[in-house]
Design a protein around this ligand. Structure first.
Ligand SMILES: [Zn+2]
Length: 147
């Protein structure tokens, strides 16, 4: 019994060693990789309902490009692509991040902007009218939360 366990453990160790050696010198994952992967998943799932060959090939192209980038050995070129992507999306990334967080924490929190300093505030999800004191500008304002 222990013999089988040891053999399995050794095989897993060899496999992870091989994976490690395979990834040495390769670029790996970054923000552009994540974006391409999410776009690919979005296109492929949407294609289940819409049935469009354009969506299918767009999703496939994103998947192939993301995989190519992750295994690429040309690290400078991949880093340049990622920097370009980050520069292009620097204005919309915080907005998207907030919307994702809004959905993820919908059961426990509500997000409102301070009317004075426009900073997004995370408020506990308690029904009713509340007075909120902004931790950024220390001004007070009224908030109504409906569940
Ligand atoms: Zn404020």
């Amino acid at each position: 019994m222990n013999n089988i366990k040891d053999k399995f453990r050794n095989a897993m160790g060899r496999f992870s060693n091989r994976m490690y050696n395979f990834m040495v010198g390769r670029y790996g994952m970054d923000d552009l990789y994540k974006f391409l992967l999410y776009t690919a998943i979005f296109c492929i799932v949407l294609n289940l309902f819409v049935r469009s060959s354009i969506l299918y090939f767009l999703g496939l192209a994103c998947l192939v490009f993301a995989t190519f980038r992750a295994y690429s050995r040309n690290i400078t070129a991949r880093r340049r692509e990622n920097d370009k992507y980050l520069a292009l999306t620097k204005d919309i990334r915080p907005f998207v991040k907030l919307q994702v967080r809004r959905i993820r924490e919908i059961r426990t929190a509500r997000f409102r902007r301070c009317p004075h300093c426009h900073k997004a505030l995370r408020l506990p999800n308690r029904k009713g009218k509340h007075t909120v004191s902004c931790p950024n500008c220390h001004q007070e304002f009224k908030v109504t939360i409906r569940i």
